[in-house]
Design a protein around this ligand. Structure first.
Ligand code: NAP
Ligand code: MG
Length: 499
């Protein structure tokens, strides 16, 4: 358990008093310890200090949470009129806005990201997501169908899929919870949410806020735990749908298991997204775009622009500018308002990123910036990693093919539009791709050629609750956001009436 003296002085009162409370699982309307009493700790990635102890949910807790979600699904939640459901979701959005500072500080401390980013992106987009989905419950409707046979009335009903296991990663903990819960709640589903073990705090707080604004107990249950907790949820026979965001390796296993059990499943997985600068692009705009695409959130974004393709004639100038900008970036703790780049989330992620960088150097890639694992000095105990830039001539090296999930950009020159489209698509992944140009015709031709779920033209990574997001190929199955995101939480029932 943390004490006030362990916590950074920059932390505000609300976040501090939340951290000093006991952290418990949320099952129905109860806040309880794990049935077997196990716990684990979460740390501040900027210092390595423990900031909180949370329960480690086991199988008995998974059983209890799924039962609570089932009871709510078939009880109070199902009886609630759609308009009331929408108002509850809106009330949760309002509560998130009202707790912006507390949630942003908790996220910055637990995850490591700059508090300015947590506030402007994570918390703001979380509230926006719930606000958007609060409008859907009253617009979910079936059809009356023009069937050919006489004296028949045929119509469809759209019904909630049921109890959802929602498993999320550590890069945008609160926002990923909203991406899962928003459409599930709008559709009338109930949820057992499992945050990542590295970042359990904001999901627990979100669950409490939902109860406070009046959600019936059991609609949102929050289980902190690890991969075993997630696996127990996935395997649970009374779960109807699994929604997962995380690594492609785990997503593959979850998809296989869901296939065997014939559970509904949506998967948001990894990426190795190509950012293509065309020869006409303004070099300063290209540098700004490429920098934001990879180093935002310290590269810990599934849609990070981790491969940069530059026209051969512009190559040296753009990479030199990027290397200079990377070297000038201020790293620091998330709670320091001057921090531009926070640490990586964990020692494990730091080791993983360092491993990729060391193998990249050994494989012969040219290191133009960063590459240093302890950029703040040898005595630094946080998981800082300097923004790193490699130059390569082909696409075969591991650093050019595998998702690193850290601040590591791999730049490469190209000669023609056809060549670069082919190389951009030569990847197992297909989450995102981008084009920087003022040539509209080339931009739209490339947008059609690129095999990716999102294509960003002259910006990178914009997101909106109304705009579908998800991957081609190994980057996932299904889409989140918008009508498509909602659809994945609905079943269609066809009703035939003999007249
Ligand atoms: P991960 O293992 O896929 O974790 C994602 C979530 O799944 C976490 O909540 C995790 O729990 C849970 N989980 C782990 N094993 C599970 C299993 N067998 N069944 C059900 N749930 C399971 O990702 P990670 O290990 O944290 O990160 C590894 C790599 O994944 C990163 O380096 C990055 O390449 C990629 N990644 C991608 C995204 C993305 O947005 N696409 C996000 C995060 C990571 P615990 O964390 O509590 O064990
Ligand atoms: Mg943490």
């Amino acid at each position: 358990m943390s004490t006030a003296t362990d916590l950074p002085p920059a932390l505000g009162e609300a976040a501090r008093s939340y951290l000093e409370r006991e952290h418990l699982l949320l099952i129905g309307d109860e806040r309880r310890a794990a049935a077997d009493g196990r716990t684990f700790t979460t740390e501040d990635p900027a210092s390595g200090s423990v900031i909180a102890t949370v329960p480690q949910a086991g199988e008995a807790d998974v059983d209890a949470a799924v039962a609570a979600a089932r009871d709510a699904l078939e009880g109070d939640w199902a009886k609630l009129p759609a308009a009331r459901r929408g108002r509850l979701i809106a009330a949760l959005a309002d509560a998130i806005e009202a707790h912006t500072v507390e949630l942003a500080e908790l996220e910055a401390l637990d995850q490591g990201k700059p508090v300015t980013l947590a506030r402007a992106v994570d918390v703001r987009a979380t509230a926006a997501h719930f606000h958007y989905f609060s409008g859907w419950p009253t617009k979910i409707s079936g059809d009356t169908l023009p069937v050919s046979q006489p004296n028949l009335f045929c119509y469809t009903r759209r019904e909630p899929v049921g109890v959802c296991a929602q498993i999320i990663p550590w890069n945008f903990p609160l926002l990923m919870a909203a991406w899962k819960l928003g459409p599930a709640l709008a559709a009338g589903c109930t949820s057992v949410l499992k945050p990542a073990e590295q970042t359990p705090l904001t999901a627990l707080r979100l669950g409490e806020l939902a109860l406070e604004v009046g959600f019936p107990p059991g609609v949102i249950n929050v289980l902190t735990g690890d991969g075993e907790t997630g696996a127990a949820l996935v395997a649970h026979p009374d779960v109807d749908k699994i929604a997962f965001t995380g690594s492609t390796a785990v997503g593959r296993e979850i998809g296989a298991q869901a296939g065997r059990d014939l559970k509904r499943v949506t998967l948001e997985l990894g990426g190795k997204s190509a950012n293509i600068v065309l020869a006409d692009a303004d070099p300063a705009a290209a540098v700004r775009n490429a920098f934001q695409a990879i180093y935002f959130n310290s590269g810990q974004a599934c849609n990070a622009g981790s491969r940069l393709f530059l026209p051969v004639e512009r190559y040296d100038a753009v990479v030199a500018e990027l290397a200079e900008r990377a070297a000038a970036t201020k790293l620091g703790p998330g709670l320091d308002p001057d921090t531009q780049l926070g640490p990586l989330v964990s020692a494990e992620q730091h080791d993983r990123v360092r491993g990729f960088v060391e193998r990249g150097i050994a494989d012969g890639a040219e290191l133009l910036a960063g590459g240093s694992a302890t950029p703040l000095g040898e005595d630094q105990s946080g998981h800082f990693f300097a923004p790193t830039l490699f130059s390569v001539t082909g696409d075969e090296l591991e650093i050019a093919r595998e998702e690193i999930f850290g601040p590591v950009l791999v730049a490469s020159p190209y000669s023609s539009l056809e060549e670069v489209a082919m190389r951009a698509n030569d990847s197992d992944y297909g989450l995102a791709a981008g084009v920087v140009t003022s040539d509209l015709s080339a931009a739209h031709r490339l947008a059609a050629m690129l095999k990716a779920g999102s294509v960003y033209i002259n910006q990178w990574g914009l997101s909106d609750p109304s705009a579908p997001f998800g991957g081609f190929k190994a980057s996932g199955v299904g889409r989140e956001h918008g009508r498509e995101g909602l659809e994945s939480y609905l079943e269609t029932k066809t009703v035939w009436v003999g007249l």
